[in-house]
Design a protein around this ligand. Structure first.
Ligand code: AMP
Length: 190
C-alpha cells in the first residue's frame, strides 16, 4: 500500500499535484480542506463550527479533522493507498494518523514536502482567490495568518517524519508538469 502525505504551506500546489498523483498511482485523495468545505456547503453542524476557524485562517480542532479522516479510512478499506492533502497539520494529527494506519499494518510510506518561496505563495493564493470563491484566499492578512499558522504548528511535522526517515523535500517552483515529474521520480524511488 502506498500512503503518501503531501505536505507544504498554503499555496504550495498540494491540491493540483494530488490530482495528478491519484491518476498516476491510483490512490484515494483525502483532503481535509475539501472535506470541510463540503460540510460547509451542506450546512452541517460540523461545517458551521469549522467555518469560524477557516474564515480566519486558523486550524479546525484536531478532534474534528481526525474524526473525518478515520471515517474516510474506514469507508475505503479496499483502496490501493491514500494521498493525504492538508492533513496532518499538527503533531497530534500526525500521531493519530500513525496510530490509525499502523493499526491496519499500512503505515505512511513517505511525506513529500513541496518547497515554495513565501512571496510566490501569496501571489498564487491571491490569484486563486479571484476564481476559487474561497474567502480565505482573498484577504492578504488572512493569507499571512495561514502561513504563520503553518510555520508555527505544521512545520514541526517535517522533523516528526524526518525522524522516521520519511521526509522528502521537493522543489515546488516551476511548471505544474515539472513539479509533477519531480514528485513521480521521488515516489518511484521509494
Ligand atoms: P486547505 O484547503 O488545506 O488550505 O484548508 C483550508 C482550511 O481548512 C485551513 O486554513 C484550516 O482552517 C482548515 N483545515 C484543513 N485541513 C485541516 C487540518 N488538517 N487541521 C486543521 N484545520 C484544517
Amino acid at each position: 500500500m502506498l500512503n503518501l502525505v503531501l505536505f507544504g504551506p498554503p499555496g504550495a500546489g498540494k491540491g493540483t499535484q494530488a490530482e495528478f498523483l491519484i491518476e498516476s498511482f491510483g490512490l484515494v485523495h483525502l483532503s481535509t480542506g475539501d472535506l470541510l468545505r463540503n460540510e460547509i456547503a451542506s450546512s452541517t453542524p460540523l461545517g458551521v463550527e469549522a467555518k469560524r476557524y477557516m474564515d480566519n485562517g486558523e486550524l479546525v480542532p484536531d478532534s474534528v479533522v481526525i474524526g473525518m479522516i478515520k471515517n474516510k479510512l474506514e469507508a475505503n478499506t479496499d483502496a490501493k493507498g491514500f494521498i493525504f492533502d492538508g492533513f496532518p497539520r499538527t503533531v497530534a494529527q500526525a500521531e493519530a494518523l500513525d496510530q490509525l494506519l499502523n493499526a491496519n499494518g499500512t503505515p505512511v510510506s513517505a511525506m513529500l514536502s513541496l518547497e515554495v518561496a513565501k512571496e510566490e505563495l501569496i501571489a498564487r493564493l491571491l490569484n486563486r482567490g479571484k476564481t476559487s470563491g474561497r474567502s480565505d484566499d482573498q484577504d492578504e492578512s488572512i493569507i499571512e495568518n495561514r502561513i504563520n499558522v503553518y510555520n508555527e504548528k505544521t512545520l514541526p511535522l517535517k522533523n516528526y517524519f524526518a525522524g522516521q526517515n520519511k521526509h522528502f523535500g521537493i522543489k515546488g517552483m516551476g511548471s505544474i508538469d515539472e513539479i509533477a515529474a519531480r514528485l513521480s521520480e521521488a515516489i518511484k524511488a521509494l
